[in-house]
Design a protein around this ligand. Structure first.
Ligand code: PMT
Length: 403
């Protein structure tokens, strides 16, 4: 399991000999799924080249506070906001002293002041410098302000001394970085969500679709990400921004949606909130259909069944925990329960779409969640964001019960 999946880490590299280990640290963090941006002090860039860390992290290294080009791409305030964790490794005695004083005399110290994220220091210095009362007082100050200390370790040092002050090994630092993040309800789970409508073409300019806006599915994606999941969002044509950190795949027809979902498998949880067209025109006309005498009294459009995406995926051998939606205008609970059984689902969310203030293209929703034992949980009318969080919490409880 990648314990740092999609976590955003600013790695600050100070000017000590241990800076050579920061190259490996970048790799360890990436292996755990983190996104890494490197900020180096001038001293740091004397020990290891920015190019090495740029190549490993896949992003330009940030060096200067007053670099117009870097500030235009991702300025220090954006970087400070972007970070979930600022990890400074190596943190030299000088760097720790400057942080303790609250100085902002280079990019890294400015970032430490500007960020709301957790800041962790991995000290690296000569054992005598580590023991010095000034360094110890600075460490007390930064810890009292809530900064974390990772290490140091004891052992032989680059200068030939033996004692406390060695930087921890990159693998240990990556583990400690992961420990900064609480395990959430869906940490380590891959959640596949379908959203929005599908469009089934009749000819090059016409299609059959429905009123789904994608709001429910996108809210579910946000709630699942909030709960720590990795989210793949397969969506029909909608006008919504991609939720932060979701992998979005845009599709048009039901068959496209099925292909995209199959390519995204395996997943731990499938939530099918899309309003998928059950039928599509048997033939898509190559040219725009014309009014002509033969169709003066009307025309017949022959439709064929689309594949059922939810039933297909919940019928697989590597079947995920499967959650469907049932949008009904009558006999809500009966029809929903039937779909739960027919599509081999774990839960179904019954949506009364006869009420225009909930369901399709509305800001709010209300639903009943039904399980295999036909127990019903009512989620009263509220915003789709709140309904999504309640659904994700319910799914997280259920998935832990079946494991
Ligand atoms: O997008 P919004 O505007 O926010 O609206 C949200 C919503 C009303 C669309 C949503 O809450 C909802 O109810 N989605 C299901 C809509 C629907 O048409 O359901 P259904 O009863 O036709 O299908 C039952 C289940 O099978 C659904 O999970 C559906 O995604 C799935 N299905 C259906 C047909 C098909 N060919 N493949 C499928 O996977």
């Amino acid at each position: 399991m990648q314990r740092l999946y999609r976590k955003r880490i600013v790695l600050g590299v100070g000017g000590g000999i241990a800076a050579y280990k920061s190259a490996e640290l970048v790799r360890r963090l990436l292996e755990q799924g983190a996104e890494v941006r490197v900020v180096m002090t001038r001293g740091g860039s004397e020990f290891i080249t920015p190019l090495t860390l740029q190549a490993l992290s896949g992003h330009p290294v940030h060096l200067d506070l007053l670099d117009p080009a870097a500030e235009a791409a991702m300025g220090h305030i954006e970087l400070a906001r972007w970070a979930d964790l600022v990890l400074i490794a190596p943190a030299t005695a000088d760097l720790i002293a400057r942080i303790a004083q609250g100085l902002a005399n280079d990019l890294l110290t400015t970032l430490v002041l500007a960020t709301d994220a957790t800041v962790a220091l991995a000290p690296a210095m000569n054992q005598a410098m580590w023991r010095d009362p000034a360094t110890q007082a600075n460490l007390d100050t930064v810890q009292a302000r809530g900064l974390k200390l990772f290490g140091p370790a004891s052992g032989s040092q680059a200068c030939g001394d033996i004692g406390l002050g060695r930087m921890l090994e990159p693998t240990d630092l990556a583990h400690l970085a992961a420990d900064c993040f609480q395990r959430q309800a869906l940490t380590g789970k891959h959640v596949l969500i379908t959203a929005g409508p599908t469009q089934e073409n009749i000819d090059p300019v016409r299609y059959i679709t429905n009123h789904s806006s994608g709001k429910m599915g996108f809210a579910l994606a946000e709630a699942a990400i909030e709960a720590g999941a990795r989210v793949t969002l397969v969506t029909g044509p909608v006008h919504l921004p991609t939720p932060d950190r979701a992998s979005r795949i845009d599709v048009v027809s039901a068959r496209d949606m099925l292909a995209a979902c199959e390519a995204a498998m395996p997943c731990d949880i499938l939530i099918a909130s899309a309003a998928v067209a059950d039928y599509r025109p048997e033939v898509i006309a190559a040219q725009k259909l014309k009014k002509d005498p033969a169709t003066a009294d009307g025309m017949l459009l022959r439709m064929v069944r689309n594949p059922d995406i939810l039933a297909t995926l919940s019928g697989r051998q590597d079947r995920p925990f499967s959650v469907g939606f049932a949008a009904e205008t009558e006999n809500l609970l009966d029809y929903a329960a039937r779909k739960l059984r027919d599509k081999n689902l774990d839960l179904i969310v019954a949506n009364d779409v006869a009420n225009p203030s909930i369901g399709f293209n509305s800001e709010e929703n209300a639903c009943s969640v039904i399980d295999r034992q036909l127990n019903e949980t009512l989620l009263p009318q509220t915003s789709k964001g709140k309904i999504a969080r309640q659904l994700i919490a319910l799914i997280a409880t259920r998935i832990h019960q079946v494991q």
